[in-house]
Every structure is written in structure tokens, then in C-alpha cells.
Design a binder for this molecule. Structure first.
Ligand SMILES: Nc1ncnc2c1ncn2[C@@H]1O[C@H](COP(=O)(O)OP(=O)(O)OP(=O)(O)O)[C@@H](O)[C@H]1O
Ligand SMILES: [Mg+2]
Length: 502
């Protein structure tokens, strides 16, 4: 990152937009770059103090530079090489005068070793400036930077030396946090336990989970279920098991590409979300759920984009990780419609997401689920976007039996007491979720009468249920027809699948 920014400045890019909320860290980077040849002075503008030279006290301010227009004018008048950082100019940037002054500045900077950096947590580039600005995302701290923070903390608290392994665990646990947040988390762990050792890794992790949740878009999910609690879907499970070690160094050395992601399409209630969650256990990777609904925020221009960027940035810094986007069809629904009801926000978000998917080099595996294909834009389903597109159908008899077995044993019931074949035959067309619900209904019935539930209770509950495949039969049929041509069946055995293909 320091390199990218340094190159842009050396190459005399006049206007750079640095998206970050970590001002101090970014300022330090800029100051370090300014030391290299040709040396440049660094000035910082804020709406509270106007222009102040970096490193000077705040009251040593340049006269009359509080207004953004006056500040840019002042910058234009400077003759010496310099880097001029404008903090949080984004609320003012839409003003015609500010935009114009910035364009004037850009025009005047030719061969002048001067650069303006707009530093702000939100990206807001007016159309007039789009051609002049380069946007850079300031990434979250990596292991090396976090190591500095940790070392400082250990020194400050005069802690005992820790082993390299412990150190690595503590660092990994803080990945995804800003420098300030990491510092706070380490301090809190130290204060809570009176030391900072391997045993405090969990404190750091749980603090991180809370911090990540606070922005409300990403959620760190812990899932105890394993693949064994998913009935059927053998083909999909096989695919996932095959990739258990896909994110290791060994896989890279072998020459395998990093898996990018998968899209699971299917009938509601058949285990799509469940399997996505259990993959985290199988692969031993953290699971981050991205709530697309919360990405949207119409309160301010660029806000939604900033939300998405931040979430993706966090996911990247925690990587290798699984990014779980449940019901992605709902989030992108607006981007297919011709009526631009939301001012194009959802198509812009969709565009940034696709670009990110295309270009990401960090090991973030995207696991997306969807019910309604017709809502998904065509570009999304194009080959190569995801590694695989799976279709999860209603469970067949064999799979329904397995689902009964799983849910009965989950409730610690002796399976031998039940005639599974009979149960399976009466619930044709039921989804996994509906089978589970019927079972729970039967248990309630019997519990209310203060007795153990029986085969007959389950059958009665099944008979009382009208499954979705009946009430929404048209949608289900349409989805199946669509998927048969284009997606890989999640349930087919391998032999079956090969027969389909060849
Ligand atoms: N194949 C299955 N094996 C075991 N349990 C299942 C299966 N399918 C569904 N269930 C049960 O039903 C619940 C709901 O399933 P899940 O949320 O995974 O469905 P979904 O396919 O994501 O549905 P939706 O499209 O409505 O989001 C699961 O938590 C699980 O208890
Ligand atoms: Mg779901």
C-alpha cells in the first residue's frame, strides 16, 4: 500500500483519494513517503483548523484557510514541492466552487511535485473529478504492523516473553481490526487477565467479533454443526471435502488456484444456509456473514459503497476466510430492473461486488445462496465467476430418511422406535426444514399431553402440513427446469453426475 501511494506521488498524480478511517496511520505513511526524494513538506487541512503543517502544533495554522475553497487556493499558490492532505472534504466536495477549485489545482500542478490527497472514510467523487482522481483503499494492518502494536503493548506492560507461536495466535486473532482497535483489544485482554499469553487469544477473538459486529454489516458466525448434520447433498459435500486443504501453502505449491466461491441455488428450506455454515467447520476457516440488506444506506451519497468496501476490506484482512452471503438474490434484485428506483445504487453496488470478485487476490471464499434465479443478473451466473453453481433440490426418499435420522438423533431419540420408510413415504415433496418442523410439532403435541411422541404423532403433523412444493409448485418447477440445464445437482452421486454430462 505504501508502495502504491509512493508510486502515485512520484509519478506526479495530482489528486489521490485515500479511503480510510485510520487517519493517524495513513498520515504516518504519507509523512514517510514525503521523506524520500524529492523531499516534500506535508500539510494537513481540516475544517476545524484550516491548513497546518504536519508535525506542527495546531495553532500554527495558515491564515484564512478554513474554508475549503480558500484552502485549495492557498495550495495552488505554493511553489515548493508538497503533499496536501485534506481530511474529510467529502461533505464539501459536491459544492460547485470546491469542485472547480480542485480542477484548477490539478491543472496548475503540472511538473510541480505537488499532490493533493483527499482522506476520508467515505468515497465521494463528483463526476467532474472522476477523470482526475485515483482512488486508493487503505488496507487494514497486516501481521507485521499488528506485531508492532503487540510488541509495544508487551513492552508497556512489561509482560513476560511469549513464544513465536503464541505471538502468531495473538496476531491472527486481531486481523481485521484497525491499528487503534487492535491496541485497545490487546490492552483490554491484558487488563482483564493481568497478562497477555496464549490463554488470552480467546479474549482478543471475542472482542474482535464484537467490534466487527458493531458496523452491523459483517457478522462473525460460529457454527457447531458439522457436515454430518446435513442430510443428502452428497455431491456438494464431496466437492467441499475435496477442497478441505485448498487454502494451504501446499495447495499453492502444487499449482492449484485458490477457490473463488460457489453459488448454491435451490428450493427454500433444503439446507443451503446450513451447508454454507458447516463448511466453516470443515475447512477450519472463520465464517463472516455479509448482510447485503444492511449495506444499503440512502442517507448519504456513497455511503452504501463505503459500507460494502469496508466489509470486503475486513473480510480480506481476516482471510483466509469464508464470506457467506445468504439470499444474495434479494440484495441484487434491484440491479436487474430497468426502473432505477434507488438512483442506481443497487446496480453500482452490484458492479463493485463483481469487480471485487473478479480481482480479489486474497483468499476469501464467497459462498452465496439464492432462491430466485430470475432475480439474479446474468453476469452473475456467467461461467468463471464462481467455481461452481450448485442446485439443491427437494430431498429424495433416501435423503429424507437421512434427514429424519439426523433430527431424531439430535433430539436424542432411539431411531429404532420409528418406521422411517413409512415416514419417508408420507412426506414426499417436503423440504428438510419442513421435515424438521413436522417433527417439532409432533413433539409439542405429545409434550402437551405429557407423553413421549410416537410414529403416529409425526405422521399426523406431516399430514397437517402443506409443503411449499405444493403451495408454490409453479416457482419450484420453474427453478428446477432452469437449474437442470445450468447448475450442478448437489445431490447426485458422482456416477450419476458423470452420466448426466457425458
Ligand atoms: N438436508 C438437510 N439436512 C438436515 N437438516 C436440514 C436439511 N435441510 C434443511 N434442514 C433443516 O432445516 C433448517 C433450515 O434449512 P436452511 O436454512 O439451511 O434452508 P435454506 O435452503 O437456506 O432455505 P432458504 O432458501 O429458505 O433460506 C436447517 O437449519 C435444518 O435444521
Ligand atoms: Mg437460507
Amino acid at each position: 500500500m505504501k508502495e502504491d501511494l509512493s508510486i502515485l506521488i512520484q509519478a506526479q498524480y495530482p489528486l489521490i483519494y485515500l479511503v480510510t478511517s485510520e487517519e493517524e496511520r495513513a498520515e504516518q505513511t504519507i509523512a514517510a513517503i514525503a521523506q524520500s526524494k524529492p523531499q516534500r513538506r506535508v500539510f494537513i487541512w481540516t475544517v476545524t483548523h484550516g491548513i497546518v503543517e504536519y508535525g506542527q502544533p495546531r495553532n500554527v495554522t495558515q491564515h484564512n484557510t478554513v474554508s475549503p475553497e480558500a484552502a485549495v487556493e492557498w495550495v495552488i499558490r505554493q511553489r515548493e514541492p508538497g503533499i496536501f492532505v485534506f481530511k474529510d472534504l467529502h461533505p464539501f466536495i459536491d459544492s460547485p466552487a470546491v469542485t472547480r477549485w480542485l480542477r484548477d489545482a490539478v491543472a496548475s500542478f503540472k511538473d510541480s511535485q505537488k499532490a493533493i490527497i483527499l482522506m476520508s472514510p467515505v468515497q465521494n467523487v463528483p463526476i467532474e473529478l472522476e477523470k482526475e482522481v485515483v482512488v486508493l483503499d487503505y488496507p487494514l494492518p497486516n501481521m507485521a504492523e499488528l506485531n508492532e502494536v503487540l510488541s509495544q503493548q508487551l513492552e508497556l506492560t512489561r509482560s513476560r516473553r511469549i513464544t513465536t507461536e503464541t505471538r502468531e495466535k495473538l496476531l491472527k486473532a486481531a486481523l481485521g481490526l484497525t491499528r487503534d482497535e487492535a491496541e485497545k483489544v490487546y490492552r483490554k485482554a491484558h487488563v482483564t487477565a493481568g497478562r497477555l499469553t496464549e490463554a488470552e487469544v480467546d479474549i482478543v477473538l471475542s472482542e474482535k467479533k464484537q467490534l466487527i459486529r458493531r458496523n452491523g454489516i459483517l457478522e462473525y458466525i460460529e457454527e457447531d454443526e458439522t457436515l454430518d448434520s446435513v442430510g443428502g447433498l452428497e455431491e456438494l459435500k464431496h466437492w467441499l471435502r475435496q477442497r478441505s486443504n485448498a487454502f494451504t501453502e501446499r495447495a499453492r505449491e502444487y499449482g492449484l488456484p485458490q477457490p473463488k466461491g460457489m453459488l448454491i441455488l435451490g428450493v427454500p428450506g433444503c439446507g443451503k444456509s446450513l451447508i454454507a455454515k458447516t463448511t466453516s467447520r470443515l475447512w477450519g476457516l472463520p465464517l463472516l456473514r455479509l448482510d447485503m440488506g444492511r449495506v444499503y444506506d440512502g442517507s448519504m451519497v456513497g455511503r452504501s459503497e463505503a459500507n460494502l468496501r469496508n466489509a470486503l476490506k475486513t473480510a480480506e484482512s481476516i482471510s483466509p476466510a469464508i464470506l457467506f452471503i445468504d439470499e444474495i438474490d434479494k440484495a441484487f434484485a434491484g440491479s436487474t430492473g430497468s426502473a432505477d428506483s434507488d438512483g442506481g445504487t443497487s446496480s453500482r453496488i452490484f458492479g463493485s461486488f463483481l469487480t471485487w470478485m473478479q480481482e480479489k487476490s486474497s483468499p476469501v471464499f464467497v459462498m452465496a445462496t439464492a432462491n430466485r434465479v430470475e432475480r439474479l443478473p446474468g453476469e452473475f451466473l456467467r461461467k468463471g465467476r464462481f467455481d461452481e453453481l450448485f442446485f439443491v433440490d427437494l430431498p429424495n426418499a433416501e435423503e429424507r430418511k437421512e434427514i429424519f435420522r439426523i433430527h431424531l438423533s439430535k433430539r436424542r431419540r432411539d431411531i429404532a422406535r420409528f418406521d422411517l420408510d413409512q415416514l419417508v413415504s408420507v412426506c414426499d415433496g417436503f423440504s428438510g426444514a419442513e421435515i424438521e418442523q413436522a417433527l417439532v410439532a409432533a413433539m409439542y403435541e405429545a409434550f402437551a399431553q405429557d407423553r413421549e411422541f410416537t410414529q403416529l404423532d409425526i405422521i399426523a403433523a406431516i399430514k397437517a402440513t402443506l409443503p411449499l412444493s405444493k403451495t408454490m409448485s409453479e416457482q419450484v418447477t420453474a427453478l428446477r427446469d432452469w437449474a437442470r440445464q445450468r447448475a450442478r445437482p448437489a445431490a447426485a452421486s458422482i456416477a450419476e453426475y458423470q452420466r448426466l454430462e457425458f
